[in-house]
Design a protein around this ligand. Structure first.
Ligand code: ATP
Length: 456
């Protein structure tokens, strides 16, 4: 039943132009995906809401758009070149590769991320079976750096595709201080692609090798009460999940135990969503102390201190890092919106997205495709609305089929132009996605009608 829901979502995404398996004409490529027209729009809407909520609506956070390839020294300083590793193990019988900590966690229920001797021991002691072929013959567990490497003309050391967007925020901290009149506490926010050479990409778009992140580094005076700030950030992250339509009952927090925390972190919490394949990390919030600024300052030889205008003191700010994955946000929004309902004797599938993230806001139909007067009027209505709301014109099949199609892509309203529009009172039928109720609205009042609906 659970896998069933995931399968249904994957199939709907492909059939209805949200998400396609990438490069299918070449037999697919490494579990990667392309976002089709509705997926691309949905993704954009999610990122727009985030940017508005965390950058435009706040006076203490500014935006940044840094490069995907940073100076190689930046990744050495941040510890990624040395330590951004995952542990892998291969089954000698079927040659399948696994992330060793995930294999052990599923088989034995213990989390040994980063503990290579521990992982090797548990595999041997428990005769762990291969989930694919039940074999029990394993290679030694070994680590693999997850950054993708490339080359750049004129640079004689390897260059990396960023495995997280946050790097550029720390690297440009000085430029921001020098150019903007920022006062602590303040944040720098960034949205962009990140690349990780995951050992196994799986669970649709949950774990992929190329994805997008929305990250904030929120800098503060280390003398400030960071715990209150931490709780308030956690609340803000949860507010964002509500904007995606996610119900509180499907969200839980996982606090990293002291033993698993990085040496510089005072606290890290994952916000987990109840995906059809189980609770898994959606977003994260970490206290990173002054680790990054201090490391970049040492490696670059530049001061990354802040001069407090009131006390005249210079110090290195501490930082909280709220991080959000775009693909995981989108997948959670899809899982939450996916609904099957019995209508008469029929089943209807509806994506009940919040109106703000729905890829199409209004669909406009002529009742019949072969009546030029109806098509002409419907085109007029479409032109009237399209500059203000994301609209779609649909004249394929009968109106019932068009409703079903719009339900499946989550369109909140459908507008039908019929013979009464032409012959009687210039009104159209507006049908509500969730209630399926219909009402007649005058064409000249439509724009205002939808303004009200979309501001509710
Ligand atoms: P996981 O434990 O699931 O590998 P992580 O703890 O390594 O995730 P972070 O380094 O905290 O993840 O990355 C920040 C956010 O980026 C995550 O909360 C998640 O939303 C997203 N993210 C990380 N890795 C991936 C991936 N491979 N595919 C899609 N999104 C990802």
């Amino acid at each position: 039943m659970i896998d069933d829901k995931m399968e249904k979502i994957v199939s709907l995404c492909k059939r209805r132009g949200f998400i396609y398996p990438a490069c299918e004409i070449y037999g697919g490529f490494a579990n990667s995906y392309s976002f089709g027209p509705y997926g691309a729009q949905l993704k954009k809407n999610i990122k727009d809401i985030w940017w508005k909520m965390f950058v435009e609506d706040r006076s203490d956070i500014i935006g940044l758009d840094g490069p995907i390839m940073l100076h190689p020294k930046a990744w050495q300083a941040s510890g990624h070149t040395e330590g951004f590793n995952d542990a892998l193990v291969d089954c000698k019988k079927c040659q399948r590769r696994f992330r060793a900590d995930h294999l052990i966690e599923n088989a034995v229920g213990v989390d040994l991320e980063g503990d290579i001797p521990g992982l090797n021991k548990v595999i041997k002691d428990n005769n762990v079976k291969c989930p694919e072929c039940a074999g029990q013959d394993w290679t030694e567990v070994r680590t693999m750096n997850m950054m993708f490497q490339t080359e750049m003309n004129g640079i004689d050391e390897p260059v990396y595709l960023r495995p997280e967007t946050a790097g550029a925020i720390f690297v440009e901290f000085k430029s921001v201080l020098d150019s903007m009149r920022v006062k602590l506490p303040f944040g720098i926010a960034q949205i962009g692609k990140a690349f990780r050479n995951e050992i196994v990409a799986r669970n649709f778009i949950f774990r992929v090798r190329e994805f997008e992140q929305m990250e904030i580094e929120y800098f503060f005076n280390p003398e400030e009460d960071w715990e209150t700030m931490f709780s308030s950030w956690l609340e803000k992250q949860k507010n964002f999940t509500r904007a995606l339509g996610i119900s509180g009952k499907n969200i839980r927090e996982y606090e990293h135990p002291q033993a698993k925390l990085s040496h510089y972190s005072k606290k890290t919490i994952d916000i987990e969503y109840n995906f059809p394949f189980g609770h898994s990390e959606l977003f994260g919030l970490a206290h990173r102390g002054d680790f990054d600024l201090t490391a970049h300052s040492k490696a670059s030889g530049q001061s990354l201190e802040y001069l407090d205008p009131e006390s005249g003191k210079k110090f290195t700010p501490h930082v909280l890092e709220p991080t959000f994955g775009v693909e995981r946000a989108l997948l959670a929004a899809l899982c939450e919106a996916y609904t099957e309902e019995e209508v008469d004797t029929d089943k209807r599938v509806v994506l009940k997205f919040p109106k703000q993230i729905a890829p199409v806001k209004v669909a406009v139909f002529p009742l019949l495709k072969n009546k030029p007067k109806l098509v002409e009027k419907a085109t007029e209505v479409f032109d009237l609305l399209k500059g203000k709301f994301t609209c779609e014109f649909d004249d394929n099949g009968n109106v019932g089929k068009r409703y079903r199609r719009q339900d499946e892509i989550g369109t909140p309203y459908c507008v039908t132009v019929d013979f009464d529009t032409l012959e009687k009172d210039n009104t159209v039928t507006v049908r509500d996605r969730d209630t399926m109720e219909q009402e007649r609205v005058k064409i000249e009042e439509l724009s205002e009608f939808f303004d009200k609906k979309f501001s509710q």
